[in-house]
Design a protein around this ligand. Structure first.
Ligand code: NAD
Length: 476
């Protein structure tokens, strides 16, 4: 008989959803066990996702920013990149954050167990260290893994997923990126800045499908000269290892001539990065031994408190539905713990911000113009092009755009979209506006510091009234 231990709460998966849930539960006095198969807590986000990719993006931006010095008469020599040092710096950041997480677990008396766990039934997990764990409640926070379609299965070290690409084993002479989404564009930008000739293939007719096209155009304008080629409406149908590279068959569809046969072209690349999406990590968890059900897309079915169809089990983060973003997982984790503690809570955000950390960044929250159009919902859109921003001019980054999606009757801010330098930081004001039910008038009346890019939010709001400041009245 394996040794059976007991916990009030077991959190399965120590990513930003799992550890946030574990910390809050411990703060509320629960006896918490955090189980993860990884060496240290932090999950995909810390070890092979957000943090290492943002570290590399920072390094890449140092290179492209130095190039941007030329119009100012500031010329740097071509950068010499010491790959070992670059990797070392990224690893140091990750290690420090992981160590801090362990310390926070220790201080809160969260028991950390390094093991792979499988459900034996609705209240028991079996661990691969030979023990079992019984729980009153469990929160599943096991995340997601990259999708590799059958045509792209090739057992070669030259074919990378995002985890392998982040290891930065070399700077390939030429790199094919399959998928023009978040990962493809972020890592494509990193490799291009480091000196690879990067080709992107995207199967739909635009980069970052689903995002408003006016936000994409400025990014595409900056990526086109940086990348070798961006092929839209294109799929990879075959990949062969030649010994010297990967020979790839690209099949392109002519978007204008819908019925025409796709045209095929062969090219050889030193490396290929596959970034065509992720799927929830539900396989091999033993969920069939519980009452947990999956939805039609393979996510764990949860209610507004993140409780699954099994009363004692909750699920949060990538495994519990889109969008697959760390901050959504963190927030869900807190809601699940509060629900377990008997509080009247629900996960009902109006705005989950999303940021693509390319240069320029793209960020949006709440309702997008594309969603409004798709749902035939009438909205008013206020746009402020950064050409008219003094701060953008001083940064020589006037390609940006800030837009507000407004209710046509009340001018309530329903969504915000920004493309431009630092959009990922600027979107926080948009989130506040949407969540606090601000109107465009509210945004136009608050004083933004000058000269900053935050003014573009106020200016976008003002654009629908003309100059609005003089309209402020003290209510009688
Ligand atoms: P994604 O969904 O962002 O993009 C995948 C892209 O690949 C899409 O544009 C899709 O049309 C395209 N595609 C799919 N099949 C294809 C094929 N056979 N050939 C060519 N193109 C194909 O997925 P991702 O980039 O793999 O990222 C996965 C998830 O990770 C994201 O959805 C996001 O939730 C998360 N993520 C977030 C960040 C961030 O917050 N900055 C960064 C990286 C990843």
């Amino acid at each position: 008989m394996p040794e059976v231990m007991e916990s009030d709460l077991v959190v399965l998966g120590a990513g930003p959803g799992g550890y946030a849930a574990a910390f809050l539960a411990a703060d509320k006095g629960m006896n918490v066990t955090l189980i993860d198969a990884g060496e240290k807590p932090g999950g995909t986000c810390l070890h092979v996702g957000c943090i290492p990719s943002k570290a590399l993006l920072h390094a890449a931006k140092l290179i492209t920013d130095a190039r941007d010095g030329e119009p100012w008469g500031i010329h740097f020599a071509k950068p010499k990149v010491d790959l070992a040092a670059l990797r070392g710096q990224g690893n140091k950041i990750v290690d420090t954050l992981a160590k801090n997480l362990l310390e926070l677990c220790k201080r809160r008396k969260v028991e950390v167990v390094k093991a792979r766990a499988v459900f034996a039934d609705s209240i028991t997990l079996e661990l691969d260290n030979g023990t079992s764990r019984r729980f009153k409640h469990c929160i599943i926070a096991v995340g997601s893994i990259p999708i590799v379609p059958p045509a792209l299965h090739l057992d070669s070290p030259r074919v990378m997923d995002s985890t392998a690409a982040l290891r930065l084993e070399e700077i390939p002479g030429n790199l094919l990126v399959v998928g023009g989404g978040y990962i493809g564009l972020e890592l494509g930008y990193v490799y291009a800045a480091l000196g690879s000739k990067v080709t992107v293939v995207e199967m739909t007719d635009g980069l970052l499908p689903g995002i408003d096209r006016d936000l994409i155009r400025p990014l595409q304008g900056r990526l086109e000269p940086l990348f070798q080629k961006i092929h839209l409406n294109t799929k990879v149908t075959k990949m062969v290892e030649t010994g010297k590279g990967i020979r790839v068959t690209l099949s392109s569809r002519d978007a204008e001539a819908e019925r025409a046969e796709p045209s095929e072209k062969e090219s050889t690349f030193d490396r290929v990065l596959i970034a065509v999406g992720r799927r929830p990590s539900t396989r091999g968890l033993g969920l069939e031994k519980t009452k947990v059900q999956l939805d039609e897309k393979g996510f764990i079915r949860v209610n507004e408190q993140r409780r699954t169809t099994d009363e004692s089990i909750f699920a949060i983060g990538d495994v519990a539905g889109e969008p697959m973003l760390a901050h959504k997982a963190t927030h869900e984790g807190k809601v699940a713990v509060e629900a377990i503690a008997g509080e009247a809570v629900a996960f009902e955000p109006r705005a989950i911000p999303a940021v693509v950390f390319t240069d320029p960044e793209i960020a949006w929250c709440g309702l997008t113009e594309s969603e409004a159009r798709r749902d035939k919902r009438e909205v008013k859109v206020a746009r402020f092009p950064w050409l008219a921003s003094g701060r953008a001019a001083t940064l020589t980054r006037t390609e940006g755009l800030t837009k507000l999606i407004l209710d046509p009757e009340t001018d309530r801010v329903l969504g915000v979209g920004i493309v431009g330098a630092g959009a990922g930081e600027l979107i926080a004001e948009g989130v506040l506006a949407v969540e606090m039910a601000a109107t465009a008038r509210d945004l136009s009346l608050i004083i933004h510091p000058h000269p900053t890019l935050t003014e573009t939010l106020g200016e976008a709001a003002e654009s629908i009234y003309g100059t609005a400041t003089h309209l402020m009245r003290v209510p009688k």
